[in-house]
Design a protein around this ligand. Structure first.
Ligand SMILES: Cc1cc2nc3c(=O)[nH]c(=O)nc-3n(C[C@H](O)[C@H](O)[C@H](O)COP(=O)(O)OP(=O)(O)OC[C@H]3O[C@@H](n4cnc5c(N)ncnc54)[C@H](O)[C@@H]3O)c2cc1C
Length: 415
């Protein structure tokens, strides 16, 4: 009997990588990559940066040209949605009526935007940003807009604000918490970015709660804050986080807790079914705590890891997380997880617009946040990847040679 092979649900960053890596590892069985978006897998980061600004074409968003999939015998099923998993029969059903059998099933379902929970959220002119289509809509709307209100000063909100202010729009950013990007970065980096956006001409309102979105004739005209303040808007961009797509797994009886629950090898309780990328909750290799990450690195590395396991090289997932965000001339790069940071050490001067914050927990380096200091970021990836640390006073000392420290590292275990 012919092998059913691997079905990958979700043709995004993680799903694409799993398919590509399976073939790189010599996997010979059929691979079917199913995506509901109707376009071949593409990168999302430019959607709030160069692509939104009009400096990058749609073609360049694609992770690979269509010919790649044919050449590597990856069957791409686009514009179709997997609606259920029949675990007993080992197959998934799609909205077009297809039944796709699998030996291995990889759920790479991504996430969807968290909707604004306020009156007026349904008005024309209220936008979210996850897909290329949504980026196109925002750009078209932005061209004719004067006043743009961004709800949420996370990465996507601030990246859109950076584009909009560069395009000469009047931008207001509302953030319910006392500082920007607070879930992800330390205070010095938050404060630096808040000032940068103000310098670019945006109005940044912290501790600001959105009460409702105002409109006339079905179209957005402004927003009202909880304290009664009003701001005019002809475009509202909501960037208040995402919700992982877990329903498919849940309906199939798999455990779900802020993500589809997987083990150290990214497998669910059903060993034939794995979950990767934005939709997966997995044990942090460092602490063992269940985490879910939303980044290209996480999606791609988990795609690679699950492909290696299916191809017969089982090992625990242990990649060091990293992330970046581009806002005008500022490149923010982060490595490690810094929530447990109990000592933040500055390397370089924020006034020079190039500095890093080295984050320690119990005197051990756990992460680095860098602004326009790519070398510090790369240092962190190598050092943390080797499970090593430096002392806080070394981090603060610009005379301390990071390159020389890397030269002392043992060679990596696997190329
Ligand atoms: C605007 C924007 C900017 C970003 N910028 C950065 C950045 O600068 N740096 C960074 O590291 N990360 C960034 N990210 C995050 C990064 O893009 C994501 O973490 C990454 O795309 C996650 O990959 P994924 O494959 O898990 O999910 P996705 O890329 O979302 O792919 C999941 C796919 O599955 C499809 N799908 C879901 N359910 C089904 C179903 N039942 N049947 C078929 N298909 C289904 C979805 O429609 C989607 O196409 C950004 C994200 C966005 C939206």
């Amino acid at each position: 009997m012919m092998a059913a092979g691997t079905v990958i649900v979700g043709a995004g960053q993680a799903g694409f990588q799993a398919a590509a890596s399976l073939r790189e590892h010599g996997y010979q069985e059929p691979i079917v990559l199913v995506g509901d978006e109707g376009v071949a897998p593409y990168q999302r980061p430019p959607l709030s940066k160069a692509y939104l600004l009009g400096e990058m074409s749609g073609e360049r968003l694609l992770l690979r040209p269509l010919s790649y999939y044919e050449k590597h015998a990856i069957e791409l099923v686009l514009g179709d949605r997997v609606t259920s998993i029949d675990r007993a029969a080992g197959r998934v059903m799609t909205s077009s009526g297809a039944a796709l059998p699998f030996d291995h099933l990889i759920l790479a379902l991504g996430a969807r935007n968290r909707p604004l929970p306020v009156e007026g959220a349904e008005l024309d002119g209220v936008h979210y940003l996850r897909s290329q289509k949504e980026s196109d809509l925002i750009r078209a709307r932005m061209d004719g807009a004067q006043n743009i209100v961004v709800v949420g000063a996370g990465f996507i909100g601030l990246e859109v604000a950076a584009v909009a202010s560069k395009l000469g729009k009047r931008v207001t950013v509302l953030e319910a918490l006392p500082r920007v990007m607070s879930r992800a970065v330390t205070r010095p980096v938050s404060d630096f970015y808040a000032q940068a956006h103000r310098d670019w001409g945006s109005e940044l309102l912290l501790d600001a709660r959105l009460q409702r979105i105002d409109g006339a004739g079905g179209r957005v005209t402004g927003v009202t804050l909880a304290d009664g303040r009003k701001h005019a808007a002809d475009l509202v961009l909501a960037g208040i986080g995402i919700v992982p797509n877990v329903e498919l797994a849940q309906a199939a009886g798999l455990a779900v807790a802020n993500g589809i629950v997987v083990d150290r090898r990214l497998a669910t309780a059903d060993p034939r079914i794995s979950a990767i990328g934005d939709c997966a909750a997995f044990p942090d290799p460092a602490s063992g705590a269940m985490i879910r990450l939303e980044s290209v690195q996480n999606a791609a590395d988990q795609g690679r890891a699950v492909a290696r396991r299916i191809a017969g090289h089982a090992e625990d997932y242990a990649a060091v997380p990293w992330f970046w965000s581009d806002q005008r001339d500022l490149k923010l790069q982060m490595v490690g997880l810094t929530a447990a940071c109990d000592r933040a050490v500055l390397r370089g001067d924020p006034a020079s617009r190039a500095f890093s914050v080295f984050c320690f927990h119990d005197e051990k380096l756990i992460g680095i946040e860098s602004v326009n200091r790519a070398a510090d970021h790369m240092f962190g990836r190598r050092l943390l990847g080797a499970g090593q640390s430096i002392a806080p006073d070394q981090a603060a000392d610009l005379g301390f040679d990071l390159k020389a420290r890397l030269a002392q590292l043992p060679p990596p275990a696997r190329a």
